[in-house]
Structures are given as structure tokens and as C-alpha cells.
Ligand binder design. Structure first.
Ligand SMILES: CC(C)(COP(=O)(O)OP(=O)(O)OC[C@H]1O[C@@H](n2cnc3c(N)ncnc32)[C@H](O)[C@@H]1OP(=O)(O)O)[C@@H](O)C(=O)NCCC(=O)NCCS
Length: 156
């Protein structure tokens, strides 16, 4: 999906991740979400190209601040292909974070709208995500509703 004018204003631009975004604070932004060790330029480029091969099935969206050129928000969506529901597709939203200095300015909502619209345009019948209780209201304001529980098993 291409970013159109509705994703842009005088302050920032919402678009897909580009290979040069490592130098624009993308990794530092992810560190505000969770553990993200240092990623070398080669590791970043290798992973970027790997994801690019998945085309529209795996999209990382970013918001770039026009004045500073910094990446101040991000999130991703990948498209799962199923056999159920007439070989339906489901969008999984992951790794949503807005820079601490830019929160409360509707950027999180902007990211979710971009990713949700992408999943819709890919023919998904639903889009899902996991979140902490403290972010429930944010996602409700983005049009999501709580359903079931999350289970996880970490590998050592
Ligand atoms: C959660 C997060 C992405 C929200 O981003 P944001 O840009 O600050 O949110 P927005 O400004 O787009 O908020 C949209 C609406 O949700 C509300 N909202 C945002 N975060 C909220 C929260 N934690 N609790 C209650 N309401 C919240 C806003 O007040 C706003 O309401 P409004 O439309 O009525 O004005 C951001 O706080 C963040 O990056 N947190 C740390 C990382 C994280 O927890 N990521 C989510 C992983 S699941």
C-alpha cells in the first residue's frame, strides 16, 4: 500500500520503513518498547531485505518528523494465510510504539489506522494484536475490542 496525502501533513509523514531509517532513530525508538540490543548496519540491511521479500505480507510503518527527520512512531503488520474461513487471511499488528516526547498527539492512532487499512486492503477478515491492560483504552479508541486471553511460552 502506498502512503497517500491523508498520511501526511506539515509536521510528519507516515510511510513504510526505508533502509535508511536505521540512521533516523528507528532502533532507539524500538528500545522504548522492549529490549532491543544493538543492531549492526549489516544485520539491519539483511533483515530489511528479508522482510522486503515478503512484500505486502509484512509491512513496517513509520512516522517521520519533517523538521528533524527522526522516526517518532512505528508499528508493523503481517498477513497470516489460513485454510479456515474460505482460506481467509488475518492481520497481526505488532511492535507499536510512539516516542515518549510525541505521545498524546494521535500518532499511535495514525499508525494503527495505517496498519489496519493495509490489512483490510489485503483482504483480511480481521486484524488482531496483544496489549497490556494499561493500553486497552488506547486500542478501544482505535476501534478494537477485548477478546479472549493471550498465552505465551518463551524459549530459553
Ligand atoms: C500506547 C501508545 C502507542 C499510544 O500512542 P499515542 O500516540 O500516545 O496515542 P494517541 O495520541 O494516538 O491516542 C489516541 C487516543 O487514545 C488515548 N490513549 C492513548 N494512550 C492511552 C492510555 N495508555 N490509556 C488511555 N488512553 C490512552 C488518547 O488519549 C487518545 O484519546 P482521544 O482520541 O480521545 O484524544 C504510546 O503511549 C506508546 O508508545 N507507549 C509505549 C509503548 C507501548 O506500550 N506500545 C504498545 C504495545 S501493545
Amino acid at each position: 500500500m502506498l502512503a497517500d496525502d491523508s498520511n501526511n501533513d506539515e509536521k510528519c509523514r507516515t510511510r513504510r520503513l526505508e533502509i535508511t531509517d536505521k540512521n533516523k532513530g528507528f532502533i532507539e525508538l524500538l528500545r522504548q518498547l522492549t529490549v532491543c540490543d544493538s543492531v549492526s548496519d549489516k544485520e539491519f540491511e539483511d533483515r530489511f531485505r528479508e522482510l522486503a521479500c515478503e512484500g505486502d505480507d509484512h509491512v513496517i510503518c513509520v512516522v517521520e518528523e519533517n523538521e528533524t527527520g527522526k522516526i517518532i512512531a512505528t508499528g508493523s503488520v503481517f498477513i497470516e494465510k489460513k485454510f479456515i474461513r474460505k482460506c481467509g487471511k488475518v492481520g497481526h499488528i505488532e511492535d507499536v510504539v510512539v516516542d515518549a516526547n510525541a505521545r498524546g498527539m494521535q500518532l499511535g492512532k495514525k499508525i494503527i489506522e495505517f496498519l489496519t487499512e493495509h490489512a483490510r486492503s489485503m483482504g483480511c477478515y480481521k486484524v488482531i494484536l496483544d496489549c497490556s491492560a494499561e493500553n486497552r483504552v488506547f486500542y478501544e479508541k482505535c476501534g478494537f475490542k477485548e477478546k479472549e486471553i493471550q498465552m505465551v511460552k518463551y524459549f530459553p
